[in-house]
Design a protein around this ligand. Structure first.
Ligand code: HXC
Length: 512
């Protein structure tokens, strides 16, 4: 075999991972291989592999006789829609994609390159966790990755797609990254699997019910996106990248858009007659944003708040919106956590924030108080206070109580606060307010119901409008709903070169 043939033979070996039988088994499960996933993710012909010849160094349990070139992870770089992107893709055909010392070194090397060159890194995860034969060495490898994930956090975007089992240590690296995408019915994430759960807590639970895509997207909130299959998940990764910049020093790419009539009459008909009737805030979002550009994040989790990316006049924005169609848009623990994390992501990566506000307040009750709505609500408050990106709020209807302050109010650093004529900005709704402050008069009157109604109307006339706040300058302008898109395009364009700095500090102490 000459040198050229030797190289070709080694490359062919490396491409086969754990061998054809295991590749067939992977396909039989309806899963793609590590290399096929990269093929669908990266622009054609752009992928350059790094470390194809790496082998593990273990010799316990006869491991020296089981070596596979690449050692269970394909790493490299290329472009996604023309933009430099780093990717590692775990190969389940090699020891179940488990993480060895060298497997970890390959991922760390890639993270170092991504950091130095300021480009996103995508992990395609399919792993049985720490390589059991290697013991503490593989645990060390995980810790090296967690450390680098943390150092890279807020510097470059880090995205994790889960495309198979993700057990033990395999879950914590994705958890530190910015977004987790899961594939329905073929991906799982858990710290301890069903067998351990059964031993420790005597609960019988399937992998799907313990840590499947639907559990993590709707119940735990660990996953931000789910897809019906791997190809759809890869499409989501590409779409997500299109809204975000390469690194924290850059702005997100902008896209061409056709300037036209920006008046949207449909917006004038969305708010119902009665303040207690729900409407879907997504209707407002889709009318205001560039057509078809809204990309919702965390869609099935804490549905009382809607967050996601969109484009306005071709530029990326992050939207946070109370959802009156779900629990009246109330703020609670999960919705505060969801929105806080999104606000912080946008702020890390220079994505301006647009807030739509229609919120009756914080959710009362023992469940919320005992589970720390105080600390969790404070997360959202803190996240907004700290955000230095351009920030604009539109109050469509209710802005009551503490929630008025929290939802990107002028007082906590918003740059432009607009309200529709239907806005009600007050400490609480007119009925509740009348019941408290006019209790004595109402109790003393002959017809209590009539008296309450009269006082409710009195309070409503004074406060159930945007003008008290506008009088003070807390609201910069009261605008007609149909004007919203054009006003926002102008506002964000005006704010494009905003400079705001936080006081010098090591880092803040967000109420975690
Ligand atoms: C070495 C592993 C492995 C592992 C799987 N394999 N997991 N090898 N270390 N962790 C190997 C198997 O031996 C098998 O090899 C091949 O991968 C495929 O595994 P199967 O079990 O046949 O596949 P499947 O039935 O699909 O089950 C996949 C699985 C299961 C759910 C991931 O293998 C499993 O439960 N693995 C162990 C998970 C785990 O407990 N990991 C350690 C977590 S502790 P052959 O040669 O037959 O193809 C941890 C600590 C880190 O991660 C903590 C840091 C904070």
């Amino acid at each position: 075999m000459n040198k050229r043939e030797q190289l070709e033979s080694l490359r062919a070996q490396s491409l086969l991972g754990g061998g054809q039988d295991r590749i067939d088994a992977q396909h039989k499960k309806g899963k793609l291989t590590a290399r096929e996933r990269i093929h669908f993710l990266m622009d054609e012909g752009s992928f350059e592999e790094i470390g194809a010849f790496v082998q593990h160094r273990s010799s316990d349990f006869g491991m020296e006789k089981q070596k596979f070139l690449g050692d269970g992870v394909v790493t490299g770089y290329g472009t996604v829609n023309g933009r430099l992107t780093y990717v590692f893709s775990q190969d389940f055909t090699v020891f179940g994609g488990s993480l060895s010392e060298t497997h970890a070194e390959k991922i760390c090397k890639l993270m170092d390159l991504a950091m130095k060159n300021g480009a996103p890194i995508i992990g395609l995860n399919d792993s049985g966790g720490a390589r059991i034969q290697e013991g503490v060495v593989s645990l060390g490898g995980y810790a090296d990755i967690f450390y680098k994930n943390t150092m890279a956090s807020g510097v470059i975007p880090q995205l994790s797609a889960i495309m198979g089992p993700c057990a033990g240590g395999a879950v914590y690296s994705p958890a530190i990254t910015d977004y987790i995408l899961m594939v329905e019915n073929s991906s799982y994430m858990f710290v301890t699997g069903p067998n351990v759960v059964k031993t420790v807590t005597h609960e019988e639970v399937s992998s799907e019910d313990l840590g499947g895509a639907s559990v993590h997207s709707a119940k735990s909130g660990v996953a931000h996106f789910t897809a019906a299959n791997e190809i759809e998940s890869i499409q989501q990764l590409k779409k997500l990248l299109s809204y975000i910049p390469q690194n924290c020093e850059e702005k997100a790419p902008s896209y061409p858009y056709e300037k036209g009539d920006e008046v949207r009459m449909k917006l004038a008909g969305i708010i119902p007659e009665s303040a207690n009737q729900p409407y879907d805030i997504r209707e407002v979002i889709s009318e205001v944003a560039d057509e078809g550009s809204f990309f919702e994040v965390h869609k099935d989790f804490a549905e009382n708040i809607v967050v996601g990316f969109a484009r306005l006049a071709g530029r990326s924005i992050g939207i946070v919106a109370n959802q009156p169609a779900f629990l009246a848009g109330v703020l609670d623990i999960h919705s505060s956590q969801k929105a806080a994390r999104f606000v912080r992501f946008c702020d890390c990566f220079n994505i301006p924030l647009l807030v739509f506000e229609d919120v009756p307040g914080f959710l009362p009750g023992t469940d919320q108080e005992w589970n720390a709505i105080i600390t969790n609500g404070a997360k959202l408050l803190y996240a907004f206070c700290e955000a230095t990106v351009p920030r604009v709020t539109v109050i469509t209807r209710k802005a009551y109580g503490g929630a008025y302050d929290v939802m990107n109010s002028k007082h906590i650093g918003a740059d432009m606060n607009l309200a529709w004529p239907t806005a009600e900005i007050a400490v609480m709704g007119a009925k509740g307010a009348a019941e408290i402050i006019f209790k004595r008069q109402i109790d003393a009157s002959e017809n209590k119901e009539e008296a309450l109604k009269a006082k409710e109307a009195e309070y409503g006339a004074l406060f159930a409008n945007p003008y008290r706040a506008a009088e003070r300058g807390f609201i910069d302008d009261v605008i007609l709903p149909e004007e919203t898109r054009s006003k926002l395009i102008k506002a964000f364009s005006m704010l494009e070169n905003k400079v705001a700095n936080l006081p010098r500090k090591k880092h803040g102490n967000i109420p975690l």
